[in-house]
Design a protein around this ligand. Structure first.
Ligand code: 2AM
Ligand code: CA
Ligand code: CA
Ligand code: CA
Length: 258
């Protein structure tokens, strides 16, 4: 196994166990607001530190870019960490959240894990070696059209986001597909596209740490990723589309005039 992926899996397991215990013992969770509709808890912060400690034990010189503590160190290798993706679910007692960790070498993602500790599902990928769920190889769904597709999405809950624009896309897409799901964890949405549970995923306004791991897992499972107009996706893009190749093509055709 890719050495970085081994450490990412170890860090995600450690943090995931800690988060799952806290989820079961709800009384030790202290939530704080970071801004409008944006929450963090002591568990996010402690899980992030566990992940960073685990990485630094094997790679003391590697750089870190983590949601709650920001940038740390300078190196060709950078670990992009979202300790709990789906904090709103976590705080509400909704059992749908994950740990997301990506490893970048000179700016290219080479290893990734998305771990759902309650389902004990470890989605992972190493560049050029495919994607797995636990020990099983992953493949995106085979559906060729939007007709028959289920798409995951996220609503524009962030301050300053354009709800009308989002609804224009929704109006164009919704009648074409079976249904949409809004589950509240972008990293798991991407992992589910990789696993063929969803045929595609689209959202506006995500951050690098939300998508860094999931994007590699989708690509290594045979999926395609771009921004919502079909331009190359980077961690700074203001929108994301990830889907199997057939749905990807039809999605872009459907929204091209918006
Ligand atoms: P987070 O839990 O790490 O903050 C989905 O829309 C994404 O947005 C999630 O991956 C989640 O990441 C983030 N998010 C932040 N606040 C949210 C909210 N109020 N509702 C839904 N998602 C939220
Ligand atoms: Ca957050
Ligand atoms: Ca997140
Ligand atoms: Ca988070």
């Amino acid at each position: 196994m890719n050495a970085y992926k081994t450490i990412a899996v170890r860090a995600a397991n450690r943090a995931g166990d800690f988060i799952a215990k806290a989820f079961a013992n709800r009384d030790r969770i202290i939530a704080q607001s970071k801004g409008t509709n944006d929450f963090v808890s002591n568990i996010d912060e402690q899980a992030e530190q566990l992940i960073i400690d685990t990485i630094h034990k094997s790679y003391p010189d590697h750089a870190i870019f983590a949601e709650e503590s920001g940038h740390q160190g300078k190196s060709d290798v950078e670990w992009v960490i979202d300790p709990i993706d789906g904090t709103t679910n976590f705080l509400r007692g909704i059992p749908h959240f994950c740990v997301s960790i990506a490893v970048r070498q000179k700016g290219k993602t080479v290893a990734a894990v998305v771990f759902d500790p309650l389902q004990d599902e470890m989605f992972s990928a190493a560049k050029g070696s495919g994607a797995q769920l636990n020990n099983t190889r992953l493949r995106v769904s085979a559906s060729k059209k939007l007709d028959g597709a289920i798409l995951a999405t996220g609503f524009p809950f962030r301050e300053g986001q354009d709800l009308e624009k989002y609804l224009e896309y929704f109006h164009a897409l919704y009648p074409q597909c079976i249904d949409m799901r809004r589950a509240g964890s972008a990293a798991l949405d991407l992992a589910y596209v990789a696993a063929g549970r969803m045929d595609g995923f689209w959202e506006f306004g995500l951050s690098d740490w939300d998508t860094a791991a999931g994007v590699l897992i989708v690509k290594e499972a045979g999926g395609m990723v771009s921004d919502i107009k079909g331009n190359q996706y980077t961690g700074d893009s203001s929108s994301i589309l990830a889907a199997n190749p057939g749905v990807f093509k039809h999605f872009l055709q459907t929204v091209k005039n918006i």
